[in-house]
Design a protein around this ligand. Structure first.
Ligand code: NAD
Length: 502
């Protein structure tokens, strides 16, 4: 017997996967479709329209018209706020369905999909936070540098047409992380979700349409990266690309932006370190370090701390105890409350994860547990058992490359300096964790780590905190005031106050 997600498809409103362009739902120009296969079972769930370059062009033209000639960027703050408030209400009212669609998209267990950080409630809070900025998009008045009779001030204006491209691992959160600041600042949007996770995003777009956003303000195109995504990022009428996804695609976007000097925000991958000092409760530290790469997304999160840098005095104990958590991991039907963790998103990625596990062994890391795949009722899905490698050298491939699977690499370290040196010895710089009960050490180490988000004994991404990466983990920040800056341009206006200005 194997598990099946198909009964849940029938119980949910899955939409028809059409494109949303200029206020209308429509089919793709050439009738092409993409079949959505569920990662837990590899069953075919539904199919979507796939936008080609003609559809993308129509969507961008619609967003351009809505920005240049439509009411949206010029709308009174009070009216724009009212519309966004209606949308927040719609998200809240339909939260349960959106969370379930996310599980039907990417196999996140329903308990995790409904958990605050990746859920529709979090998306509603992100919209709420940014809605609060709408009547606060103010500039400065600036005294003239030379004292001449001038009145100088700045205006904060929307950046224009935004192409937003998001991955499959947290589509609900990332839809909001892009759309909320873009819409709040008066931009217009063409969104492309991942071909592996479109269902929740289609529903979130339906709700935008239902609450009455003007045509062209928000457009949805579905399809694969190399065709639909590429047509979007290279379109000359796009002013800004905001992208969350892999480093390789981020590099391609940066290169493609050179032509029009497009504004670019990139939220990319990571190889985050978890620095575990000898003043912690080892049971808890081992549980949380292993839990970080196995609960929920099964290690398919950009900020998962996949390298545990453990002080030598507690290292053996840590490795012994890390296995405890695996007894609490339950794989299975994503819609069961008992399931704790999800499958690998697709078979290509499953092959990559298994390839890294093989590489780790070839390069001399010690496989403590895992490294294989469950059989029985899970055999048809993309499941990988929780895996721990010990005695990893930071130069090994498994310590340098993003695996995106339930794999933790434990590295013994002598002291604080060595932990910091190894933590920073990566081309990535998205996040890092510090486990210690010494408050002075916590701040000292946080200051020396080259990463965008540092969690001391835990962390949470919030709507009002900036999030992004150092080094190749990204460019710019989203969240908090920095989102507002990322989606606006500053204009300086100089007004001569005399008839003979200098
Ligand atoms: P991906 O880069 O393969 O795809 C992301 C999106 O880009 C998808 O919508 C895809 O269709 C599109 N795309 C692919 N090629 C494109 C191209 N040539 N032009 C335009 N668009 C293209 O990433 P993924 O596998 O969906 O997601 C996993 C990656 O995302 C990991 O590296 C992970 O670390 C990263 N991620 C980062 C964050 C963050 O906030 N930093 C959050 C979540 C995921």
């Amino acid at each position: 017997m194997s598990i099946s997600v198909l009964p849940h498809r029938d119980e949910l409103h899955v939409g028809t996967g059409r494109l949303y362009i200029d206020g209308q739902w429509c089919e793709s120009a050439d009738g092409a479709t993409w079949t959505h296969v569920h990662p837990a079972t590899n069953e075919e769930v539904t199919s979507f329209a796939v936008a080609d370059a003609t559809d993308v062009d129509r969507a961008v033209q619609a967003a351009r018209r809505a920005f240049d000639d439509g009411p949206w960027p010029r709308m009174a703050a009070r009216d724009r706020k009212m519309l966004l408030r209606r949308y927040i209400e719609a998200l809240t009212d339909n939260a349960d369905e959106i969370n379930r669609l996310q599980s039907l998209d990417n196999g996140l267990p329903i308990n995790f999909s409904s958990m605050y950080q990746v859920s529709a409630s979090f998306a509603a809070d992100i919209f709420d936070y940014h809605t609060g900025w709408i009547d606060k998009l103010v500039g400065d008045t600036i005294p003239h540098f030379t004292g001449a009779e001038y009145f100088s001030y700045t205006l904060r204006e929307p950046v224009g047409v935004v192409a937003a491209i998001i991955p499959w691992n947290a589509p609900v959160f990332l839809f909001a992380q892009k759309a909320a600041p873009a819409l709040a600042t008066g931009c217009t949007v063409v969104m492309k979700p991942s071909e592996y996770a479109s269902l929740a995003v289609i529903r979130m777009t339906e709700l935008l349409a239902e609450v009455g956003f003007p045509p062209g303000v928000f457009n949805l195109v579905l399809g694969e990266g190399h065709a639909t995504g590429e047509a979007l990022i290279t379109h000359p009428l796009v002013d800004k690309v905001t992208f969350t996804g892999s480093r390789a695609v981020g590099q391609r976007i940066l290169a493609a932006s050179a032509d029009g000097i497009k504004r670019v925000s990139l939220e990319l991958g990571g190889k985050s370190a978890n620095l575990i000092f000898d003043d912690v409760d080892v049971d808890m530290a081992a549980m949380s370090a292993m839990g970080m790469v196995t609960w929920g997304m099964s290690g398919q999160g950009c900020v998962c701390q996949t390298r545990a840098l453990v002080n030598r005095t507690i290292y053996d104990d840590f490795v012994d105890k890390a296995g405890t958590i695996t007894q609490m991991i339950t794989y299975g039907d994503p819609f069961s409350e008992a399931t704790t963790s999800g499958p690998i998103i697709n078979q290509r990625q499953l092959g990559r994860v298994m390839g890294y596990i093989e590489k780790g062994q070839e390069e001399g890391a010690r496989l403590v547990f895992g490294g294989d795949r469950p059989g029985g009722e899970l055999a048809s899905g993309n499941w990988v058992n929780p895996t721990l490698f010990a005695d990893v050298d930071n130069k090994m491939t498994i310590a340098q490359e993003e695996i995106f699977g339930p794999v933790l690499s434990a590295i013994p370290v002598a002291d604080e300096d060595e932990a910091i040196r190894i933590a920073n010895d990566t081309t990535y710089g998205l996040g890092a964790g510090i486990q210690t009960s010494d408050v002075k050490r916590a701040h000292r180490v946080a200051k020396r780590l080259r990463a965008g988000t540092i969690g001391v004994n835990g962390f949470m991404v919030m709507p009002n905190t900036p999030f992004g990466g150092y080094k190749t983990s990204g460019l710019g920040r989203e969240g908090g005031l920095e989102s507002i800056e990322a989606f606006t341009e500053t204009k300086t206006v100089d007004v001569a106050l005399t008839d003979s200005p200098i």
